[in-house]
Design a protein around this ligand. Structure first.
Ligand code: SF4
Length: 795
């Protein structure tokens, strides 16, 4: 029988057709299907870790005759227990993408032209080597920089090591802060953020935190939400979600509180006002472990009681005073209340203020004293074990945050501000910039300075699987492997209460000409005489680096490779007695088990936070907020920045000005599980199921409140033009009561200018319509501060 694609799929028993009619094995190229005609059709399975987002879910890949045909969840990976999200399932579409580049590509025209000529790896590496050599010889190593999309893997640390061993401090990780990270960083001065155990709370209050549709780990939290909801009749757990738009986390909560965009921090402080007035707060924690709560003209208590009474807070937030009073009293009367803020969904105008206010609400409401609720992440037996941040003052990559001058407050900038920091004289001129795993010209709200900055750097080298929106500003694009063709290690997920290392291992050999980033860096370093990149002299590859980093884990005797069907309690008991589930007397046995099982974890939860051993919790005060605003003002020294929007001190706490005109809305991009990083647009399966709205595929939509739609004579499905100061786009309206009447909600993730045939010029990138407005306290870019005009399009 001649094997066609259809009967081949039937034979594999995977003819299940995904939403929209695309098979889950659609991605396998025809030539591979043909190859299978005559093969013995032997089925094998390989364990690895998903690399589509930083959450580190374990995967199990099914192979027929060594050809991967489908990705499942690894049932023994503790973070996901066999479940994966649609992005995880679609990984083969990335691996087999028909537009993957197979050779290094040199740009032919001027910067900005997407026109390429293929060159050999030898020529490409020779050019890079020559450039780096020149800088080293002239003692100008600080003119080399690396912008690196942090996917929470060991590779980020290796790339950071590479930069520092070259003698440069210009390593720029591009990352989104974890849940509560900005607030706890200010309040406790520590990085990474504390972990929390959702199972221990009896009152969960999420300020916009969309645990179910984005980082840090949507699959883990979806599972946990399910379990907690099941037990709710017995435990009485309340889950309240506060947001301007009802996300999946809002839908799965017991109550959704609609709020004006950008005012969540004000609500949190309004709640603290009520708690203070009721005198129902954690006196002991405040007295022993905090500073500046009271005792001065500008202390926290004075600020809150003066500036955040319920009537004023209600007018700002749109939350009725009686709801505010009820929430405050419920929350402060709970035994283990937990308020969360942030994560990728925290793109409001005032993320730092909101998070600090939410941290203060926790401090006040006995959350930090609740048994087992807050956990202290334990570093792995190597250091540094977490991804540090950009040091604003030096531009360096550092675990230790630099402080705002004359204060005890950590400074913070996102890498998105690099061109502005350069203009402000905070970074040196670069001769060579490497870029990997991030597409700043798609993600940035301010593309012009990025284009200008990249155009001024003589040698921009990008690592990529597909030509993306940033590529036209690179001089050279090097084809890199996907997570299914390389070694790596996913690090413990921030905020989760236990440690896990997910092993990524090559499911297939690198396809046609692509190379792993780690090995390319190693080859460059070795060529330049930098021999200290590998901890062991015998090492030759990035895999050897990874193995060397695992040896201290083995030597520590802690944790275990993932294991089957052993109860956690039993395992915890074994751990206490110093026993192990598996026997692995030598490192080789441990390493074999890791490959078989897919990773390592320490089932002992992180210890509870010991407040006696920490810096005191610092409350926000007017003086501190002013100091942060001054830090942000340094951007105004940059020439280019003067032409753009300077952070406005008026926006540091409250919401944006209310749109007055009937056709004016605040544009509010939101993330969806199907494409939370934006990279899913290049994978057709995800485009087919991108919306939860029936019959909306491949195109984003605009969510509008029914009252506003009625006033504009708009109906579900009508076409509208959305106009901002940066341009306009056409979108279909989805009329839903689950958005604030002030906002126009548009999903993030499509509208790429490049990124392969399934993403290029398809859909709309709402971020491109947004004004560049930086939060005056954190230095992060806001996604919720641009007013747009809406017009009906008659067709
Ligand atoms: S949550 Fe992230 S890591 Fe887990 S399956 Fe989805 S994309 Fe992969």
């Amino acid at each position: 029988m001649k094997i066609t694609r259809r009967n081949f799929l039937q034979m594999l028993g995977i003819t299940g057709v995904a939403a929209g009619g695309i098979s889950r094995v659609w991605a396998i190229p025809d030539k591979w299907v043909e190859k299978l005609q005559y093969g013995p059709r032997i089925e094998t399975w390989k364990m690895s870790t998903c690399g589509q987002c930083p959450a580190g879910c374990g995967i199990r890949v099914r192979l027929i005759d060594e050809i991967p045909v489908r990705i499942f969840g690894n049932p023994i990976a503790p973070v996901n227990n066999g479940f994966i999200c649609p992005m995880g399932e679609a990984g083969l579409e990335l691996l087999f993408h028909p537009d993957r580049i197979h050779q290094p590509m040199r740009r032919k025209g001027k910067k900005g032209d997407s026109s390429w000529e293929p060159i050999s790896w030898e020529e490409a590496l020779g050019g890079i080597s020559k450039g780096l050599q020149g800088l080293l010889q002239k003692k100008q190593a600080d003119r080399f920089g690396f912008l690196f999309g942090d996917r929470n893997t060991l590779l980020t640390q290796f790339a950071g090591d590479f930069v520092s061993r070259m003698g440069s401090t210009n390593f720029f990780p591009w990352r989104d802060p974890g849940i509560n990270e900005l607030g706890l960083w200010q309040a406790l001065g520590e990085f990474p953020p504390l972990a929390f155990d959702l199972g221990k709370t009896d009152y969960l209050l999420t300020f916009g935190t969309n645990l179910l549709e984005g980082p840090p780990s949507p699959v883990y939290f979806n599972r946990l939400y399910g379990k907690l909801k099941e037990k709710r009749p017995r435990t009485g757990l309340r889950m309240v979600h506060v947001d301007a738009r009802m996300s999946q986390s809002g839908k799965n909560a017991t109550e959704w509180i609609q709020i004006r965009p950008g005012s969540m921090g004000v609500l949190a402080l309004g709640m603290t006002y009520v708690i203070l007035r009721d005198k129902n707060f954690d006196e002991e924690f405040i007295a022993r472990y905090s500073q500046d709560f009271r005792g001065g003209n500008e202390d926290f208590q004075t600020m809150v009681t003066r500036d955040y009474p319920p009537d004023k807070v209600s007018a700002i937030t749109g939350v009725p005073p009686e709801t505010l009073l009820r929430l405050a009293r419920e929350f402060s009367s709970a035994k283990a209340p937990l308020a969360l803020s942030g994560g990728m969904s925290d793109r409001s105008e005032t993320p730092l203020f909101t998070q600090w206010a939410v941290a203060s609400l926790n401090a006040l409401s006995r959350s930090f004293s609740a048994k087992g609720l807050w956990r202290q992440p334990v570093p792995l037996p190597w250091a540094p074990s977490q991804i540090p941040s950009l040091n604003t003052r030096s531009g360096a990559f550092s675990l230790k945050p630099s402080l705002v001058p004359d204060t005890d407050l950590p400074a913070y900038w996102g890498s998105e501000e690099l061109p502005h920091l350069r203009s402000a004289g905070e970074l040196p001129d670069l001769n060579m910039l490497m870029i990997a795993q991030v597409d700043p010209l798609y993600l940035s709200t301010d593309q012009k300075p990025w284009k200008e900055w990249l155009s001024r750097i003589p040698q921009v080298v990008q690592f990529a699987t597909l030509i993306d929106d940033t590529s036209p500003y690179a001089d050279l694009v090097l084809p890199t492997t996907t997570y299914l063709e390389q070694w790596d290690l996913t690090l413990p997920v921030p905020n989760l209460p236990f440690s896990q290392l997910g092993l990524q291992q090559p499911i297939v050999s690198p396809l046609d000409g692509s190379r792993p980033i780690g090995d390319v860096l190693l080859a460059l370093g070795t060529g330049l005489g930098v021999t200290t990149l590998l901890p062991e002299k015998s090492g030759k590859s990035y895999a050897d680096y990874l193995v060397a980093r695992l040896k201290p884990i083995f030597a520590s005797g802690k944790g275990t490779p993932f294991f089957e069907a052993v109860s956690l309690n039993f395992l915890e008991e074994l751990r206490k007695r110093g026993w192990q589930v598996y026997s692995y007397p030598a490192f080789a046995d441990f390493w074999r088990l890791l490959q078989e099982k897919g990773g390592w974890w320490d089932p002992g939860e992180y210890p509870e936070v010991d407040w006696k051993k920490r810096k005191k919790f610092t409350f926000p005060t007017v003086t501190r907020l002013d100091a942060l605003r001054k830090e942000r003002a340094l951007l105004s020294r940059g020439e280019e920045t003067q032409k753009t929007d300077i952070p406005s001190t008026k926006r540091s706490e409250g919401p944006a000005r209310k749109a007055e005109a009937p056709d004016s809305f605040l544009l509010a991009p939101f993330t969806i599980l199907m494409n939370m990083t934006g990279e899913g647009a290049s994978q057709p399966l995800l485009q087919e199921i991108s919306g939860l709205i029936p019959r909306v595929y491949w195109e984003p939509w605009a969510e509008m409140h029914p009252e506003r739609a009625k006033k504009l004579s708009l109906e579900d499905g009508n076409l509208i033009r959305v106009v901002s100061g940066k341009g306009s786009v056409n979108l279909r309206v989805k009329v839903v009561p689950t958005v604030s009447s002030e906002i126009l909600g548009v999903p993030f993730g499509s509208g790429h200018k490049e990124s392969g045939r399934y993403a290029k010029n398809i859909g709309t990138n709402p971020v491109a319509l947004i004004d560049h407005l930086v939060d005056p306290l954190s230095g992060r870019n806001s996604w919720e501060s641009t007013h747009v005009r809406v017009e009906k399009v008659n067709k």
